[in-house]
Design a protein around this ligand. Structure first.
Ligand code: SF4
Length: 266
């Protein structure tokens, strides 16, 4: 994966180191002061990916998080780090942190309805050690670990109203690109929703127009110019509270995606 001809990583407008990175109760071991958003480092040392916990490249999102830090000082309120090991074969990509979910707890899909659908599905198909995302204290469950899986977001900072702008999606895509490069065993990606689907394709150097999103659709992506195999992309509707409440997505139709992924990975 390290030599795939992915597009250049977009430059961030601003990357700051900060002394106080918030409570981050879900992933304290992943605190870093410097974003690893450097194309040359990504190409030569794939294992060097670091979650961009100090990134403030998107002024609107950084400003929103600053307000939340003042209002809710116990919450994570920073870019949310990915969860799971970089040597996993499966990467799950969501849209972005939920305000009272990942943005509060510091772990993707933890604390809101989306996680109540995702983690039981991962547990059922052997990708997690527990089904319950929250512990007894209502923070990230310390007994839950991912097995051969990792979870990331297309946009790593809380987007107000769950609506990142196209510019914010583009700005954050370089991190997803670098993260994929840093996963040497990656074989399958599950994209949760259209924005995640488009972000994965962009990160892989492919055009979304050539690969239409569809729930439980499998995309066998073309090989790279030097004949390397790209990971297989599986699409799912996002497991959001909205899709759950409106009936667009049921637990059964959601878990059917992970059944296919399990069958694919063996
Ligand atoms: S959304 Fe991504 S690029 Fe924008 S500030 Fe957050 S981490 Fe940085």
């Amino acid at each position: 994966m390290s030599s795939l001809p992915f597009p250049p990583v977009p430059l961030l407008e601003q990357v700051e180191s900060r002394g106080n990175l918030g409570s981050n109760r879900g992933n304290n071991d992943l605190l870093h002061r410097k974003a690893a958003h450097e194309p040359s480092a990504a190409a030569s040392t794939p294992s060097s990916f670091q979650d961009p916990l100090a990134c403030a490249a998107c002024p609107r999102l950084a400003g929103h998080l600053a307000l939340l830090r003042a209002r809710e000082p116990e919450w994570h309120n920073r870019p949310v780090p990915s969860f799971g090991a970089l040597d996993a074969e499966l990467l799950i990509v969501g849209l972005g942190p939920g305000e009272k979910g990942a943005n509060r707890t510091g772990r993707p899909f933890t604390g809101d309805v989306a996680g109540e659908l995702l983690y039981p599905a991962l547990f059922r198909f052997g990708f997690a050690t527990a089904a319950e995302p929250l512990g007894a204290d209502r923070w990230a469950n310390p007994a839950l670990a991912l097995k051969n899986a990792r979870i990331a977001n297309a946009v790593r900072c809380l987007p107000p109203a769950n609506k990142p702008t196209p510019g914010e999606i583009r700005a954050c895509n370089g991190f997803l690109h670098t993260e994929i490069l840093a996963m040497p065993r990656l074989k399958a990606i599950v994209a949760l929703g259209t924005i995640a689907h488009q972000s994965v394709l962009r990160a892989l150097g492919l055009k979304a127009a050539h690969h239409a999103f569809g729930h439980n659709v499998r995309h066998d992506l073309p090989k790279t110019n030097d004949a390397r195999t790209r990971p297989v992309l599986f699409d799912s509707y996002h497991c959001s509270g909205y899709n759950w409440r409106t009936g667009r997505l049921s637990r059964e139709s959601f878990e059917a995606v992970f059944a296919r992924v399990r069958e694919f990975l063996g």
